[in-house]
Design a protein around this ligand. Structure first.
Ligand code: PLP
Ligand code: COI
Length: 358
């Protein structure tokens, strides 16, 4: 289905390239416009691109009270040919609908979501930061807008896409490996819950645990399942480790883990990375024993924002710390990062359909 959208007002497009002098950081800036669509009476309509700004919403809007709100995170990159390419946004569109299924938000046709992202980037292309390693961070989201206080499924929603011109995540390369807290107190998700979705509430639920991580000198939490025996994921990225033979291992996707598009990409890139990439159930006790015996040599996280983030050590709530390898950023992770970002930036051939020109 092709969407017919309006750009209002036509005149306000940026007219010169965006050439920031310093790294613009992640998620800080906005472009001038956003894409909107409304859901009412059982259908999505009124596609439009309007100036980025405050939205009208009633204080009784159900997203505020009962949390029906879902989002995605994707990226677009400018290649040497000067063109902007979106990266695997078809997967984000599918996942937004999957999140919608989990919190009872109506699906929006994936092709409409794709067109919305491309239409907005087309209008904002001069906002792409002219600096090395930059990207457009793309944030599509849907939230419930019906003004009703009885608990139930909203009958009205807004779909929005906004763009954040963002700088290289590691402006000075990877220098510091993260320390993660392995928490047996806090959990991100339980089986039968909303953990496999990008529902806003999952992120609210992780904040207290992240505060506790900071009290232990850790950056984030590596969550366990509710029995405290299996590794799950980190608050905004999947977890992985590298074994002595170079194999990359990611915890099996379950209904308590978000199915990361970065992880799925790495799983498909074994040949390019020249190593095995697999998923399995990972028991905490085995994981720690394998680090201590030197069987596991590197670890990290995969995510759109985080890209490939190295982990140097794990701390438990009793203060015990386990260091992976020598605690520094290892060669396997540097290579995964380089191969992956080279593919996104068009410096290495991408699998068919992963990058689409705007
Ligand atoms: N896990 C969680 C909870 C996340 O929020 C994210 C970020 O989107 C990820 C994993 C990584 O997923 P992706 O690689 O699709 O960005
Ligand atoms: C992303 O990686 O795109 C995310 O959505 C994580 C977010 C919490 C920054």
């Amino acid at each position: 289905m092709k969407i017919d959208y309006q750009l209002k007002p036509q005149s306000e497009r940026r007219s010169t390239p965006f050439t920031p002098e310093e790294n613009v950081g992640f998620g800080v800036l906005r472009t001038d416009h956003m894409f909107l669509m409304d859901y009412e009476n059982g259908e999505w309509s009124n596609a439009r691109i309007v100036p980025y700004g405050a939205m009208d919403m009633m204080p009784g809007a159900m997203c505020i009270h009962y949390g029906q709100s879902i989002f995605e995170g994707a990226k677009a990159f400018q290649h040497e040919d000067g063109e902007i390419y979106t990266y695997r946004i078809d997967k984000n569109a599918k996942r937004l609908n999957r999140s919608g299924d989990i919190v009872c938000i109506p699906n929006l046709d994936e092709s409409i979501q794709d067109q919305a992202v491309h239409a907005l980037i087309d209008v904002e292309r001069l906002w792409f930061p002219q600096q090395e390693g930059a990207c457009f961070y793309i944030r599509p989201f849907i939230f419930a807008t019906e003004d009703r206080l009885s608990l139930g499924i909203s009958n009205k929603y807004t779909f929005c896409v906004m763009l954040s011109p963002s700088g290289a995540y590691y402006a000075n390369g990877f220098n510091n490996a993260l320390r993660l807290l392995i928490s047996k107190t806090y959990h991100r998700a339980v089986s039968g819950g909303t953990g496999a979705s990008k529902a806003a509430g999952n992120y609210a639920a992780s904040l207290r645990a992240t505060q506790s991580a900071a009290e232990h000198g850790a950056a984030q939490v590596l969550y366990l399942d509710s029995t405290n025996t299996k590794l799950e994921e980190v608050g905004a990225m999947n977890h992985f480790h590298v074994r002595k033979d170079g194999t990359i291992v990611i915890p099996e996707f379950t209904d308590t883990i978000l199915k990361s598009i970065t992880s799925e990409s790495i799983l498909a890139l074994g040949d390019v990375l020249e190593c095995e990439v697999r998923q399995e159930t990972i028991l905490l006790d085995d994981f720690i024993a394998d680090i201590e015996s030197g069987e596991i040599i590197e670890a990290g996280g995969f995510g759109t924002a985080a890209v490939v983030s190295p982990v140097g050590s794990y701390v438990f709530e009793d203060g015990r710390e386990v260091i992976v390898g020598d605690g520094e950023v290892g060669p396997h992770i540097k290579r995964i990062y380089t191969v992956y970002t080279d593919i996104q930036n068009g410096l290495r051939e991408a699998p068919e359909g992963w990058l689409r020109k705007v």
